[in-house]
Design a protein around this ligand. Sequence first.
Ligand SMILES: COc1cccc(COC(=O)c2cn[nH]c2)c1
Length: 240
Amino acid sequence: MRIDVVTIFPGYLAPLREALLGRAIEAGLVELGVHDLRDWTHDVHQAVDDSPYGGGPGMVMRPQVWGEALDAVLGDAPARLVVPTPAGRPFTQATAQAWAGEERLVFACGRYEGIDQRVVDAYAQRMPVDEVSIGDYVLVGGEVAVLVMVEAVVRLLPGVLGNPVSAQEDSFSDGLLEGPAYTRPVSWRGLDVPDVLRSGNHAAIARWRRDRALERTAARRPDLLDALPDHALDRTDRAF
Ligand SMILES: COc1cccc(COC(=O)c2cn[nH]c2)c1
């Protein structure tokens, strides 16, 4: 997979070259290109924004600059263009799974009040364009959202995670939140590991873990429970 990011703050994307993702890049599992949007300005001030038509606060990112940058970065290779924005469709694990199958992702990091809508409209005429939100809050720019989404996608690529099975057993993969996890010591600050986890009774352990996952999901994310297909909950589950 090739990933390109266009931003006015290239330094913000440096963490992508660290640790697990950095190793995936070194191993050639993913290629990463980070591009400074200002390289495609031609004025002395390198202006990337301008006042909004219709008035209102803030500034809007100029279409010409984005058009030149994306044309240059995209070239002729097909890609999916992703624009992080508070006004986007929710980015979920399902989105990450779907994108993990893509040959190429190009991320456009917006700032200010956003990018002139014609940029999305123009590129949507010739490639898939996703305006996506990573949550219901407003950031200053899309860079942090790109870090989140790139990590969620790249960890799913074959060979990136040491033990791939954990990608399948992720939170959300069975529609429930992960329950509590424990490791040594068996007693810590007067708190003990639940006995069942040390019983060696794998059926009881699996039941206990599912019960904790259902309990946590009901308490923290009832919306996920409501979204579960009927067959996903068996008779024993219905207690929650
Ligand atoms: C494209 O236009 C804008 C404008 C303002 C901020 C941003 C950055 O994205 C977010 O704030 C965000 C993404 N998911 N949840 C919040 C983009």
